[in-house]
Design a protein around this ligand. Structure first.
Ligand SMILES: Nc1ncnc2c1ncn2[C@@H]1O[C@H](COP(=O)(O)OP(=O)(O)OP(=O)(O)O)[C@@H](O)[C@H]1O
Length: 684
């Protein structure tokens, strides 16, 4: 960087910090004043008034002051964050119809001076989009009044930490990459961090996409899908602040550990956290209380550990698009004759004909079956109330009438509908119905039947739904989701990282389920070094995966002779990890048994975290875990023990190795028993 730029920008930074300090003082004074007003009112209420009207008005004023104080605190929080690092970029822009070049500084939040002139633009502001989209030259952005055109004559990028300018770079020298690499070469943080200063053009398009009703993002490991989804939420909350709030957004994440890992991003971006759920939470909420179901984790564990069992065959059948189509056709078919009134109903001299019953029932065909019976009961009661039956008191209670009407139903509940389905498709052997432990692959198909028969209230309060790790869910999952979440959706994942090898695996399969869908792909991996991605590519030869130009150590393949020497090797590698500057080491195994074995042997030497399906946090330090739970997470360094031929042998196992290897940011080591390296790994 030239010292001229640095000096110029340093002066500017000092000015900006002065503004921020003034703003901080101003807000603090406001808070202090409101606080005093609040306490005065409180005091007045307790000491001087008993008039209910006056008390009511004072309470209202206190509530309003309370809200204002909350607002000031959130502003203060933003100003404090800006004080640490006020901005990260600048564009100099001349509007098409203007003569002057104006400077726009871009940071985490807006900052205006007392005259309401904007000093720093929020990264989500319309004008800031040009920072991510354009190099020097002609540029445009979409404002409320339409497209605004002009020319970018300068672009600068900064790193400011603790109010100190660390660098200031002119962007005409392809610095984007430089800055990005600096960011990516840092060690892992406590949690996932924000990436506003280096969001890439193709990622920015996803963040700001407003056209899709359902946006499906297929991205290779480490392409920033999860980070982008969170930044997209922050963007939507900013753009639609009048009509969208954090409590109207839900993220379906794979487990609580992942939810913990990403928990900091939205608060860091100045937004309230959104609701996190797993598919298991949804299942628990929707299944009848007397049913106990297996979890998604248990299903995946069994697929991995018993790939050739009947259990896995049942998963295969029920995860397919064909199965979902069969189920939805079956429901359509039974619907045409589920209600069969085979006689007229007599109430004294009043007759309700079976034809009438059938036609009324059919007229409610957009409602769940049980609700149709309710409506039908009301219709019949209305007729009876106006008929002779009313005079001679032959009108039944609604409960009795409903009971009689339900006797004309071919099925008495959702469970019998689902069980009958297996006879229809000639797969009676594929159902292992056990209310004490419903197999996971039956959970959502059964909920689909519950939706049809009993109805499920839709989650209409949710205005945007995000689903991460999309590849782990089956068409029936999505069919249920579509019925209960009718809002816009962002769905992201990687078909290369499938834990259920039989679930949705292409954009075509998604387009069968979502009608207003846009599909985007991200092929560049940001997490791992070039060498780690080059190594991981062998597991996905047909996959287009691009590494960034950040170099590190070549992954190492180490052999051991027996369990004892494996532990010795691991101790040596853990010792090395402890002596360098990395924060997280992941020892990633295929099975839970391997995790337990290593944990038991290593815990006497080191402080270790063991991730299990009930873990809720992702700690720093050394973690022993399965691939299943490591998915979505990242570590500075990864060790893959037991890379033996009898452990990793199938195409599916290749995918597991791909997941494990791509968890590593900077360093990867594979350990295998001597002469037994899995043939899935090339030892070059
Ligand atoms: N534009 C970017 N600038 C800086 N860091 C980035 C950028 N994009 C992604 N990253 C970093 O790359 C890493 C991977 O991102 P993320 O976890 O969102 O990827 P992913 O596609 O969800 O990965 P996976 O599917 O492997 O779990 C994170 O550390 C993230 O901060």
């Amino acid at each position: 960087m030239t010292s001229d730029i640095f000096q110029e920008e340093n002066i500017r930074l000092k000015e900006m910090i002065r503004h921020l300090e003034e703003e901080k003082d101003y807000i603090n004074r406001k808070i202090k004043k409101d606080d005093e007003d609040y306490h005065d009112l409180k005091h007045y209420l307790s000491e001087f008034t008993a008039d209910p009207m006056e008390m009511y008005q004072n309470y209202r004023s206190m509530t309003n002051i309370d809200k204002t104080i909350d607002f000031y605190y959130s502003q203060l929080n933003k100003v404090k964050k800006l004080l640490e690092s006020p901005y990260f970029g600048r564009i100099d822009f001349r509007f098409e119809d203007g003569d002057e070049i104006e400077e726009f500084y871009i940071g985490k939040f807006n900052l205006a001076d007392r005259d309401n002139d904007i000093l720093i633009y929020d990264w989500r502001a319309p004008i800031s989009s040009m920072y991510y989209e354009y190099e020097l030259g002609q540029a445009a952005y979409e404002a409320q009044v339409g497209m605004i055109h002009g020319e970018i004559s300068r672009k600068r990028q900064y790193k400011i930490k603790d109010q100190q300018l660390q660098y200031a770079l002119e962007s005409s020298m392809t610095i984007q990459d430089d800055v990005l690499q600096r960011e990516l070469s840092t060690t892992s943080d406590d949690r996932m961090k924000t990436i506003i200063s280096t969001i890439q053009k193709e990622q920015n398009k996803i963040v700001r996409n407003e056209s899709a009703h359902t946006l499906v993002i297929q991205g290779v490991a480490g392409s920033g899908k999860s980070a982008i989804a969170l930044h997209r939420i922050a963007y939507l909350l900013y753009k639609h602040k009048e009509k969208l709030s954090s409590d109207q957004i839900t993220i379906i994440s794979p487990n609580k550990i992942f939810a913990d890992f990403i928990a900091n991003v939205l608060p860091e971006l100045g937004e309230d956290p959104v609701r996190e759920q797993t598919f298991d939470d949804i299942a628990t909420a929707l299944l009848p209380k007397n049913i106990k179901a297996e979890s998604l984790y248990e299903q995946t564990k069994r697929i991995i550990e018993e790939p050739h069992s009947n259990y896995t065959l049942r998963v295969k059948l029920k995860s397919s698009l064909a199965y979902f189509k069969q189920l939805s056709n079956y429901i359509k078919n039974i619907d045409s004759n589920i209600f069969q009134p085979d006689e007229n109903m007599h109430f004294g001299d009043t007759i309700i004909t079976k034809e009438y019953l059938l036609s009324r029932f059919q007229s409610y065909n957009n409602l769940p079956v049980k609700q149709r019976l309710d409506e039908l009961s009301n219709d019949v009661l209305d007729i009876l109330k106006k008929s002779k039956a009313a005079e001679i008191k032959k009108i039944p209670s609604k409960i009795d009438l409903r009971k009689r009407l339900s006797s004309y139903l071919k099925f008495s509940d959702a469970q019998s509908i689902y069980i009958h389905f297996f006879n229809v498709i000639n797969h009676a052997e594929a159902l292992n119905w056990n209310k004490e432990r419903l197999e996971y692959q039956d959970v959502f198909p059964y909920i689909y039947c519950i939706y049809y028969f009993e109805g499920i209230e839709s989650f209409d309060l949710v205005k945007h739904l995000v689903i991460d790790e999309m590849q782990d869910y089956s068409p029936v999952h999505y069919a249920v989701i579509n019925k209960i979440f009718r809002c816009k959706k962002t769905i992201l994942g990687d078909f290369g990282q499938m834990l259920n090898p039989f679930s949705l695996n292409s954009d075509q399969s998604f387009s069968n389920i979502f009608d207003r869908m846009e599909f985007v792909e991200l092929n560049k991996s940001y997490r791992s070094s070039y060498e780690i991605i080059a190594f991981a590519k062998q597991f996905m030869p047909d996959y287009s995966i691009e590494a960034i130009d950040r170099h590190g150590e070549k992954p190492e393949i180490i052999s051991y002779t027996n369990q004892h020497s494996l532990i010795d090797e691991l101790r040596r590698l853990i010792g090395q990890f402890q002596n360098n500057s990395f924060n997280r080491l992941g020892i990633i195994c295929k099975s839970e048994a391997q995790v337990n074995q290593l944990y038991d042997e290593l815990k006497q030497f080191f402080t270790l975290n063991k991730l299990s399906d009930t873990s809720e946090t992702f700690e720093q330090g050394i973690t022993v875990t399965t691939i299943q739970l490591a998915k979505g997470l990242e570590f500075d360094e990864v060790l893959i023990p037991f890379a033996n031929a009898d452990v990793y042998k199938s195409k599916f196992d290749k995918g597991l190795l791909y997941i494990a290897a791509t968890r590593a940011m900077h360093k990867l080591t594979v350990l295998h028993k001597k002469s037994e390296l899995t043939p899935l790994i090339k030892n070059e």
